[in-house]
Design a protein around this ligand. Structure first.
Ligand code: ZN
Length: 471
């Protein structure tokens, strides 16, 4: 999940900057680019990538009639630990099946040097880890001579600088992640995901919010009009959001039920607690998949879609894309990881003397999952598929109690005990301050956004005298 989010985020960032870069290139072409301008554009683009939110500082150097102020350009002095303006900066991207020696050939670096570099890099960031499609930067003092440095960014969190001359110094530098407390809210229109997108929030935040509430909310019953608020750590590098840290507090209102989750830690506990200091971590998770939808419920008189006859359905089906992760709903020991024609690939876990859970139609098992293995609550045990008697990808989740399959959604499992009395005062203090912060977060509904947009348009059309009232 995390990987997808990050890729999605990076993709969004990449698309955003590509557009800006294209705009910039067009602009400099208009300037009938002399060498100075093309060099400037490279520096400017680097500056843009370095800090897209910085104030505009180079306007004075360029013709004013072009109104460049809309482009947040800054010429950096120091980046990757170098004073970039003292080098010629060249950009490129690694092609498929391209060796470092082939890339560096273009910058007059001989094979012997590349060989020494590869040896020097071995324990820091081996050159074999360079990936096709990734961008790099080459720094050179004199473009007719061998270049000085090759800089590669494996991800937004770090960069590697390779010195191309003796002593071939190789450095991997982790960028400083800034953490800032942010808040968000939303009113559900269709799904939690769509609401997150509408509010410009990430899937990572949705997922972490769901974790905070530990699925104590039946996310399969969320409805239009449900409300959520969240206080979380926003992580950024050079002003660019790169991820979500911890969710510190979350509020969710479903029908007339209000749920709170507060993050609290001391020497003995850490995790999410409700307003009374009870752990949000239930003995059993509500479902074995995230963001899934119930496609068929526990039903003793169900008409089977494949067998075309009434046959009891002793499980709850969660439909999810093929390959979605399946989680163990509680700690336990795997007693079966097997295949039958009906069940397809399935796993059975014993949780205590009376309770077992079973997961059917899996695409495959997670690495290391087999009979006899201990699993933790929330551990990935396999992936959604449609093996066995199944019409589409889903997990048929079965809950066994004293040897009988029961409807787990109807079970009233006892709430966990509150934390020990001596820890409660510290918890209550934290809870109260977080609750005040949660209450202060305003909602911005879909309708409100429409109104804001209309207001902006109305302001822009200052010449127009007529103004419509109402929606
Ligand atoms: Zn089923």
């Amino acid at each position: 999940m995390g990987g997808h989010n990050k890729n999605y985020l990076q993709l969004r960032i990449a698309v955003k900057y590509k557009r800006k870069i294209v705009k910039l290139r067009r602009l400099y072409r208009q300037l009938n680019g002399t060498r100075l301008f093309s060099l400037l554009s490279i520096v400017a683009v680097i500056g843009l990538l370095a800090n897209p939110f910085s104030s505009f500082q180079t306007a004075a150097k360029l013709p004013t009639k072009l109104q460049l102020a809309e482009f947040p350009i800054v010429v950096p002095t120091i980046k990757y630990g170098f004073a970039l303006d003292t080098f010629q900066v060249m950009e490129g991207s690694i092609k498929n099946n391209q060796f470092l020696s082939q890339i560096l050939e273009n910058y007059h670096v001989d094979y012997q040097s590349v060989d020494k570099l590869a040896t020097a890099a071995k324990d820091i960031f081996p050159v074999t880890k360079l990936r096709a499609g990734k961008d790099f930067i080459v720094l050179t003092k004199d473009s007719t001579q061998a270049a000085d440095y090759f800089i590669y960014e494996p991800d937004v969190f770090s960069y590697v600088s390779y010195q191309l001359k003796p002593p071939f110094e190789v450095k991997k530098v982790d960028r400083k992640i800034e953490t800032e407390i942010k808040t968000a809210s939303g009113i559900i229109e269709s799904s939690l995901w769509n609401t997150m997108i509408d509010n410009d929030l990430s899937f990572e935040l949705a997922s972490k919010m769901e974790d905070a509430l530990a699925w104590s909310i039946d996310f399969y019953h969320i409805q239009k009009g449900d409300q959520f608020k969240v206080i979380y750590e926003n992580q950024s590098i050079d002003g660019k959001t790169v991820g979500v840290g911890k969710v510190l507090a979350s509020y969710y209102k479903n029908y007339d039920n209000e749920y709170y989750a507060y993050y609290f830690e001391n020497k003995k506990h850490h995790g999410y607690f409700d307003g009374e200091g009870r752990s949000m971590q239930k003995a059993f998770l509500k479902s074995p998949v995230k963001f899934a939808r119930i496609s068929s419920r526990y039903n003793k008189r169900r008409f089977h879609p494949i067998l075309k006859r009434v046959r009891p359905h002793y499980g709850t089906d969660y439909a999810a894309p093929r390959g979605s992760k399946i989680y163990a709903v509680a700690d336990g020991v795997v007693t079966k990881s097997s295949y039958t024609r009906g069940n397809g690939n399935y796993i059975k876990i014993r949780h205590d003397k009376s309770i077992q859970t079973q997961y059917l139609h899996m695409n495959g098992f997670a690495k290391g999952i087999h009979s006899g293995v201990h699993v933790k609550q929330g551990q990935v045990i396999g992936y959604v598929g449609s093996t066995g008697l199944a019409t589409g990808p889903h997990v048929c989740f079965r809950f066994w109690k004293n040897g009988k399959q029961v409807n787990h959604l109807r079970l009233n499992l006892p709430p966990p005990d509150p934390m020990p009395t001596e820890d409660l005062p510290a918890f209550y203090q934290l809870r109260d301050s977080l609750k005040i912060q949660l209450e202060a977060i305003p909602y911005r509904s879909f309708e409100q956004k429409e109104i804001d947009l209309a207001a902006t348009n109305a302001t822009n059309q200052s010449t127009s005298k007529t103004k419509k009232t109402g929606p």
